[in-house]
Design a protein around this ligand. Structure first.
Ligand SMILES: Cc1cc2nc3c(=O)[nH]c(=O)nc-3n(C[C@H](O)[C@H](O)[C@H](O)COP(=O)(O)O)c2cc1C
Length: 180
C-alpha cells in the first residue's frame, strides 16, 4: 500500500501525469480452491504426475489432497471440492487396478454429480488403439453423472514425453486460470 501513500508526491513530481490509482489496483484477488486428486496408476508414472501437480497447486495457494486409492464416498463427501483425475491406461484400454473400485462405484451407483467440477489428466501410449482410454472412461462416467469438466482433458503420450510431469506442468498453469 506504500504506492498509495507516495502517489500524491509522485504525481506532483511528474506533473500530474500518473494515472489515478484505484484503491485495489495493486492487490491480486483470486479464490483458492480445494482439489481432490484421484490417481490411477500401475507402474508409478501417474503417481509422479499427481505429486508434481499437487505441489504446483499448493504453490499457487490451493489445497490439494491425493487419493490413492480413491473412495467414491469420500469424494462425494466434499462436493464443493474440484476433482482432478490423473490416470494411466492398462490392459486393453482398462482403468488401472487401483482406480477400478472408484470407476465401478461410479458406474453402478450413478450419483448425482450436478454440482461437481472436474478435470482429467490421462497418460497413455499412442501406439495402442485404446490410447488414454482409462482417462476417457473416467471422463465419460463423470459427465454421465452430471459433473462439469473444466477445460479440455489432457492426454499425455508417454512415448513423446519422457517426463510426463513436464506436459502436466504446462497444462496445469492454464487449467488453474480456469478454476481461479
Ligand atoms: C501392459 C500395458 C498395457 C497398456 N495398455 C495401454 C492402453 O491400452 N492404452 C494406452 O494408451 N496406454 C497403454 N499402456 C501405456 C501406459 O498407460 C503408460 O505406460 C503409462 O505411462 C503408465 O502409467 P502408470 O505408470 O501410472 O501406470 C499400457 C502399458 C502397459 C505396460
Amino acid at each position: 500500500m506504500l504506492i498509495h501513500k507516495l502517489y500524491p508526491y509522485l504525481s506532483t513530481c511528474f506533473g500530474g501525469k500518473i494515472p489515478a490509482l484505484h484503491p485495489f489496483d495493486n492487490i491480486r484477488i483470486h479464490s483458492m480452491a480445494k482439489l481432490n486428486l484421484v490417481v490411477g496408476s500401475m507402474l508409478g508414472a501417474s503417481e509422479y504426475v499427481a505429486d508434481h501437480v499437487a505441489s504446483l497447486l499448493e504453490q499457487a495457494g490451493h489445497q490439494a489432497e491425493i487419493h490413492n486409492p480413491a473412495s467414491l464416498a469420500r469424494i462425494l463427501s466434499e462436493p464443493q471440492a474440484i476433482l482432478l483425475v490423473i490416470t494411466s491406461t492398462h490392459g486393453a484400454g482398462d482403468v488401472p487396478d487401483n482406480l477400478q473400485p472408484f470407476a465401478r462405484d461410479l458406474a453402478d451407483q450413478r450419483p448425482d454429480l450436478n454440482t461437481l467440477k472436474y478435470g482429467v489428466i490421462a497418460l497413455g501410449d499412442r501406439s495402442y488403439d485404446t490410447f488414454c482410454q482409462g482417462g476417457k472412461t473416467l471422463d465419460r462416467l463423470l459427465a454421465e453423472c452430471g459433473a462439469a469438466r473444466i477445460g479440455d482433458r489432457l492426454e499425455i503420450d508417454v512415448t513423446q514425453h519422457e517426463i510426463p510431469e513436464d506436459a502436466a506442468e504446462a497444462w496445469i498453469h492454464d487449467w488453474m486460470a480456469l478454476i481461479a
